[in-house]
Unconditional design. Structure first.
Length: 847
């Protein structure tokens, strides 16, 4: 059984107030550690994804080979129509890239951060550190919730929620392959680009939902994702979805659900693809939901809704019973203006029909009027025991076609309870509005609006995701959103105690989501038996029905799963999570951008990769191949340099630099240039250590992300590379009463200027830093967020989150950390995220 445990490490009394909840029986598989990363992901494993559950036979109607079974679901191509599109394939190779865990927000770190926020909040004289990650928390503790416990959810085996930067196809394959999550995901919420236009699908800056021309994304992965979607227009869009849906199907539990959000442009096509992948018989619902309240004004009839397509992995069991996990969702019933509720009863028992004015405005009803409606007494199917004529108030009422829904004794009881009322020639049942305060949710959802608390240009209203999640999952279940955006699904999951995984190709999206998740304060709910997976205590309401009254039964109760009992003594922050990256570039990119037409039969892909990058760097470089880590050598009258090229699908590691230095030295070359798309955070440290030995000079060179992107071709090769510029960080040692502590201050950050194509240092307060993170005790491998600072100035959500007026100045980025002790590794790492979502990390020794 899972347990509720208390963190009691700190001597401070306040630490007792930090509670963690545990999920049970959930094991977390380990991903491989990184060392040398192979240069091209093609060297890694590829799996073949079958994407044909019988549809290809539809092309050969009349020629079906007997006994040939569909591979995925029982789809009968003779009966079930299938959608064909250009480039539709029945299998494809998917690269199997391990997920690299490069940042962890661990349980103990959260506990420490909570404790700090509490201490800071308790310090009456202190200035609130609103620029800090747990600004909301600190402020809550300071202003109104100081006596509250601070909780977070976690589980026994160290499960951490996952925020993955990378393409969903490779991310899902990796979840299946390395993380062993096949059949483990209970619900998937997918909100792919609607296939409308590029700018509406991606956001360019972390701090603004506007997409300005000058900020156009230069991220090859974003561009690739866009191109993937569009190269054959809607045809490749359908292929994109089809591939991902086949993989998603493998991830889902047998009782799991998938929701795909889409607009009316392509809902008909996407439903066809879902029918193909999941089987039309597993279709559960098409839910139109209102996405805006103000029409923009279109020539014809304006569409105010988007759509959710809901499929179960297996809607019905072999025994014919409902198999997909489902809990009805109830909405408060507002009967004002509802034409069925057109009657009212006065305390003296007199009954009246409302006037049209009263119907739409209940304030016009007399005081103490009790609103009711008349309901048919006829059951939906024939009921022989109900086929009798009933005498009521001196008049005979013949039975309706299917009979009365209750036998004569039941009718007598209803009559005694004054629940019957004639309406013309039939008898009806009286249902009071105050006895049905909640009504079961149906489709369409006309009560929804556009995204709340907007942080991302194409954001879903969290109410939409919440309904889907609460209908189909329990606390502790795992949910996935392969199109993270602003992190709506992850935040909803965190709010409702579900475990989550989300991914996005866009670094901007990942950073918007990360900041939101890490800084949000959630409500805490009472659990049934101390564990999240035991479920919450929910508000229950009685349901008086015709049958409960007629049969003199206790009314049944409904559980309002969106109304758990709040724990008034607690507030909550996000539980442990990890930030992961996939190889950022796939073989497909490489083929597309480098192996150009006419080069068939040319050098092997790997050689080609090395050659292209090296020659872009130094036109006359002599290519050495991939046997060692010096991939090319460039010799001119004044210089001789060794060139080492970083992997296409990962970061340049310290080991690569070290080994490349050894290779260079062994051939007598004293200058090494390492070209990389991304670098491990400790490379600055390795560089200075190796250089300190006095022999070799090392240059770390960033390959600009748009180097290989068509349409963004830079004209001069030297503009494709820029020195790796690390954030400028100062360390201050503080000695007080014999104790030594440290603060780190962020002075500046290097920003790649898209116009000049150069790298400029900007000061920390210049508005270019979206966030910075400090690992107080960096182990040289995995970054751990001890302290985190955000530029909240432009975050519009803050006022809404805190539900109080805020002075925006208070929320300016804090550039100096809180003091912290020197710990075991005696070194820190500082990671800076700029407003374009670029990350850079610097490592500093403390002694
Ligand atoms: C419509 S938005 C999702 C918005 C999200 N529902 C929210 O509430 O913020 C679609 C997202 O999918 C991402 N995306 C597009 N192609 C992708 C791919 N191949 N893999 C992962 N994410 C992708 C985009 O970067 C974008 O953030």
């Amino acid at each position: 059984m899972a347990k509720k445990t208390s963190k009691a490490k700190s001597p401070k009394a306040v630490s007792k107030k930090i509670t963690r909840y545990t999920y049970e029986n959930i094991k977390e598989p380990r991903t491989p550690e990184t060392g040398h990363t192979s240069l091209l992901p093609s060297d890694e494993q590829v799996v073949t994804l079958p994407m044909d559950n019988g549809w290809s036979k539809a092309l050969k109607l009349g020629q079906i080979v007997e006994n040939e079974r569909p591979v995925v679901v029982d789809m009968d191509p003779v009966v079930d129509p299938v959608l064909m599109w250009a480039g539709k394939r029945n299998k494809r190779d998917v690269p199997v890239l391990p997920l690299q865990r490069n940042e962890v927000v661990s349980e103990s770190r959260i506990a420490q951060i909570i404790e700090r926020a509490r201490n800071a909040a308790a310090d009456e004289s202190g200035v609130a550190r609103q620029g800090h990650l747990y600004a909301d928390l600190e402020k809550s503790l300071r202003e109104s919730e100081r006596t509250k416990r601070v909780e977070f959810y976690t589980h026994d085996e160290g499960w951490k929620n996952k925020l993955i930067c990378g393409d969903s196809l490779a991310a899902i394959e990796s979840l299946l392959h390395y993380e062993q999550l096949r059949g483990k995901v209970q619900m998937v919420f997918m909100d792919p680009p609607y296939a409308i236009k590029y700018d509406s699908n991606f956001q360019q800056r972390v701090d603004s939902i506007r997409n300005d021309e000058q900020d156009k994304a230069d991220d090859i992965v974003t561009i690739k994702a866009f191109r993937d979607t569009w190269s054959l227009g809607v045809h490749s869009y359908l292929s994109h979805l089809q591939e991902r849906l086949y993989l998603i199907r493998d991830l889902l539990t047998e009782t799991g659900s998938v929701f795909v959000q889409i607009s009316d442009d392509n809902v008909h096509l996407v439903r066809n693809v879902l029918d193909e992948v999941f089987g039309a018989s597993n279709f559960i619902s098409l839910i139109p939901f209102r996405k805006k309240t103000m029409p923009f004004g279109t020539t014809f009839l304006e569409q105010m809704a988007d759509f959710l397509l809901w499929y179960g992995k297996r809607k019905v069991s072999d025994q014919g019973t409902a198999n997909t996990k489902f809990y009805p969702f109830f909405l408060p019933q507002d009967v004002e203006g509802e034409f069925h509720y057109s009657w009212y009863e006065m305390p003296d028992g007199t009954r009246h029909r409302m006037t049209p004015e009263q119907l739409s405005n209940h304030a016009l009803l007399p005081p103490k009027a009790r609103v009711y409606r008349l309901k048919s007494l006829e059951p939906s199917g024939p009921m022989d025991s109900g086929k009798f004529t009933y005498a009521f108030e001196g008049k005979d009422y013949p039975p309706p076609k299917n009979g009365y829904g209750t036998p004569p004794a039941g009718m007598d009881r209803l009559s005694d309870l004054k629940r019957l009322q004639p309406e013309g020639n039939r008898l009806t049942f009286i249902m009071y509005a105050d006895e049905s305060l909640f009504t079961r949710l149906t489709a369409p959802w006309i009560d929804t609006v556009g995204a709340d608390d907007k942080r991302y240009v194409v954001q879903t209203n969290s109410e939409i995701v919440k309904r889907c999640m609460l209908m189909t999952t329990d606390p502790g279940d795992l949910v996935l959103d392969p199109t993270c955006g602003a992190g709506t699904t992850a935040a909803v999951a965190e709010a409702w105690g579900r475990r989550w995984i989300t991914c996005d190709t866009s670094r901007v999206a990942i950073n918007v989501a990360r900041r939101y998740l890490l800084s949000k304060v959630f409500k805490a709910y009472k659990t049934r038996s101390g564990t999240v997976s035991s479920g919450f205590e929910y508000r229950r309401v009685k349901r008086i029905t015709l049958s409960s009254l007629a049969n003199n039964l206790e009314p049944s109760e409904i559980e309002l799963r969106d109304k758990p009992t709040e724990d008034a003594n607690s507030i909550r922050v996000a539980g442990p999570m990890e930030l992961m990256t996939l190889g950022r570039y796939s073989v497909e990119d490489w083929k597309g951008y480098v192996v150009r037409e006419g080069e068939a039969g040319g050098p092997a892909k790997l050689e080609n990769y090395i050659e292209v990058i090296s020659r872009l760097y130094r036109k006359d470089a002599a290519i050495q191949g991939a046997t060692g880590l010096v991939h090319a050598v460039f010799e001119a009258s004044t210089e001789k340099i060794a060139i080492s090229v970083g992997p296409l699908s990962g970061r340049v590691t310290a080991k690569q630099i070290n080994d490349a230095v050894q290779d260079a030295l062994s051939t007598g070359i004293l200058e090494l240039h390492v070209l990389g798309w991304a670098f491990e955070s400790n490379v600055g440290e390795i560089k200075s250590q190796l250089e300190k030995r006095g022999k070799v000079k090392i240059h770390l060179i960033m390959i600009r992300p748009d180097t290989l992107a068509e349409g963004l071709k830079a004209t001069q090769p030297e503009m494709l590379f820029s020195p790796l510029a690390l954030p400028d960080v100062d360390i201050t040692l503080i000695k007080k009463n014999g104790d030594q502590s440290v603060t780190a201050s962020l002075r500046g950050v290097a920003i790649f200027d898209r116009k000049t194509r150069g790298t400029d240092y900007k000061s920390a307060g210049s508005g270019y830093v979206a966030a910075w993170y400090l690992d107080e005790d960096y182990d040289g491998d995995c970054f751990v967020d001890y302290q985190m600072f955000f530029d909240f100035k432009k975050a519009p959500n803050l006022k809404a989150t805190l539900k109080m007026d805020v002075d925006p100045e208070e929320f300016k980025l804090q550039t100096t950390s809180q003091p912290f002790p020197i710990r075991g590794y005696k070194r820190i790492a500082v990671k800076v995220v700029d407003i374009y979502g670029n990350e850079s990390t610097v490592v500093k020794d403390l002694v």
